[in-house]
Design a protein. Structure first.
Lengths: 250, 313
């Protein structure tokens, strides 16, 4: 790998009162890498992502996102990253075009940049004819592809995807991953979470969080060798604790 | 007698077709799964069967009763766990359960045997507010509330959506404990791999049923030889194969690519050799091509045709 990693994390920790949600996690994500950030519900993924996106201050530890320190340069981090989640990313009561325009404005793009990128994006997605439809009227799969493109509108160095394919049909899910590969091919670093463990196999490397710590990290192939397992699903089930135990942690 | 009989059911919301001429039946004590993505029509179907919505056309009978004309007779005999978390977030685990029991004129104590397998897992957290539970535990509480009046039939709308792989497995294991009680269970899920936990499944997409059968029969109905390809540059290999004249379908599947050939008259080993030769000529010298068994997901993709498109204005 060349250059500085896009994401550098050292002993990052977050406590809420007496509860340690994220416990001294350390890892790097290389530039242009597709990194799967896995873990059971309540393992600390969301807290970790909130710190890495500059939304939550850590209790201790270090991290740099696209070269920006998470304590001192949270605003620069927000400009260097894109974010998309399954729960929220687009305004349903605005049209496709209005959503793009809104996000373009938020990221300080010029009117000309917004115009150019809007037509390029609509053409790439084959959505020209639906540009003036309300987002609520287009199918979920298309909404998710549009949300991903909007998250890339300001050409961020890193994009965070939180369960981007949840509930999406199996063909659209695969089309979505092609968009991820294309973005990675252009040098964008991708950090993605998913509950579909077959998608873990599509990542260059993955980590599995258990009880606030990173319990495993590596390429899917290396991890399967290390754990002598046939699939990531098998490793995940072996590592992640039964629900009752993790519940007691909360 | 069948537990559920659905006859040419249709439902439309303005211009959106939610269900298009859906017919099927579910036997007593059967576990019947509806497998399909968001927007396929699963929730609309469950709302009609639980008497919460009326169809535009067609009829449905649950436990021998018509879901429209006989709704009051049905409601106390049905357990329904909606897809969206529908409990009271500010009430504790026990308070939620007591509330649902009282609505049906019963108590936790009287129904303890029925709910014990689930309640025993919830008991350590009985005083916790429902909002503070993890996703997996919330689903268990919702299931417990749907069971507390001892229904004869259970409708579970996407009980495992948004829940991690370990909790998903635990939830299905929990359903297995009801196997002996003879309860009929209709359950929906967007996870294709969960089809195998059902006696029979219906594949649903765009308001239409694509297939109804046992999971094994659905997987086996894939109509041509299927191959798993392993190559170190998988995405590039996929793109190369997509442009090949003989390719019928090619898509990523876990750690492999799944490939089917257009030529239906060639033996499998011949196809495998051809694909290997093609990939080798394109610089993928390490590619391995092996026959593989189709899964429910392969059949789903083969039958769903084009993914949902955006209608022209």
């Amino acid at each position: 790998m060349t250059g500085t990693p896009a994401i550098v994390v050292r002993d990052l920790t977050r406590k809420f009162g007496g509860f340690t949600a994220v416990d001294r996690i350390t890892f790097d994500v290389n530039t242009g890498e597709v990194f799967g950030f896995l873990g059971a519900n309540g393992a600390g993924k969301t807290t970790a992502i909130r710190m890495l996106t500059g939304l939550l201050a850590p209790t201790s530890g270090q991290a740099a996102i696209a070269g920006h320190d998470i304590y001192r340069e949270a605003e620069n981090i927000k400009r260097s990253i894109g974010y998309m989640s399954q729960r929220f990313s687009l305004y349903e009561d605005l049209t496709v075009r209005e959503n793009i325009r809104l996000y373009g404005g938020i990221y300080d793009l010029t009117d000309q940049q917004i115009r150019e990128r809007t037509s390029r994006m609509l053409a790439q997605l084959g959505l020209e004819h639906a540009a003036d439809h309300f987002v609520r009227d287009i199918p979920l799969g298309w909404r998710q592809k549009l949300a991903f493109s909007v998250a890339l509108l300001h050409e961020p160095k890193i994009v965070f995807l939180d369960e981007p394919t949840s509930g999406v049909d199996p063909i659209t899910r695969r089309q979505f991953w092609e968009l991820i590969y294309e973005a990675a091919g252009r040098g964008t670093t991708v950090l993605v979470t998913t509950h579909y463990l077959d998608e873990a196999e599509y990542c260059d490397r993955i980590s599995i969080m258990v009880a606030g710590r990173i319990a495993a990290i590596g390429t899917p192939g290396d991890l399967k060798k290390e754990f002598k397992a046939a699939s990531i699903d098998e490793i995940f089930v072996r590592l992640a604790r039964p629900t009752a135990e993790s519940e007691a942690r909360q | 007698m069948n537990a559920v009989v659905v006859d040419h059911l249709s439902k439309q919301f303005r211009s959106t077709v939610a269900l298009a001429d859906v017919s099927f039946s579910v036997e007593h004590a059967e576990r019947f799964g509806f497998i399909g993505p968001d927007g396929a029509g699963k929730t609309t179907l469950f709302r009609i069967l639980t008497t919460l919505m009326t169809p535009d056309q067609g009829r449905a009978r649950v436990l021998g009763r018509d879901v429209v004309s006989d709704l009051w007779a049905l409601r106390t005999r049905i357990g329904y766990m909606p897809g969206r978390f529908s409990l009271y977030p500010d009430l504790s685990v026990d308070e939620n359960l007591r509330f649902f029991a009282s609505v049906f004129g019963t108590t936790i104590e009287r129904e303890y045997r029925q709910i014990a397998p689930i309640y025993s897992q919830l008991e350590p957290f009985r005083d916790r507010r429902a909002a503070a539970l993890s996703g997996g535990m919330k689903q268990k509480l919702a299931l417990c509330c749907a069971l507390v009046h001892r229904p004869e039939i259970l409708f579970l709308d996407e009980p495992t959506t948004g829940v991690d792989a370990v909790s998903r497995r635990e939830f299905w294991d929990l359903l297995d404990t009801f196997k002996q009680s003879g309860m009929t269970i209709l359950v929906s899920t967007p996870y294709m791999d969960e089809a195998n936990r059902c006696d029979r499944v219906a594949l649903i997409q765009g308001g239409r049923l694509l297939a109804i059968d046992t999971p094994q029969a659905i997987a086996d109905s894939f109509d041509r030889p299927l191959f798993a390809i392993r190559a170190s540059h998988r995405y590039q290999a996929l793109k190369a194969l997509r442009d090949w004249a003989h390719t019928h379908s090619i898509y990523p599947f876990g750690e492999t690519l799944h490939y089917a050939d257009k030529r239906t008259d060639l033996p499998a080993d011949q196809i495998a050799a051809d694909v290997r030769a093609f990939l080798s000529s394109r610089g993928f010298a390490d590619a391995a091509v092996e026959p593989t068994r189709p899964t429910v997901e392969d059949t789903f993709m083969a039958r769903m045709g084009a993914p949902e498109s955006v209608r022209a204005a």
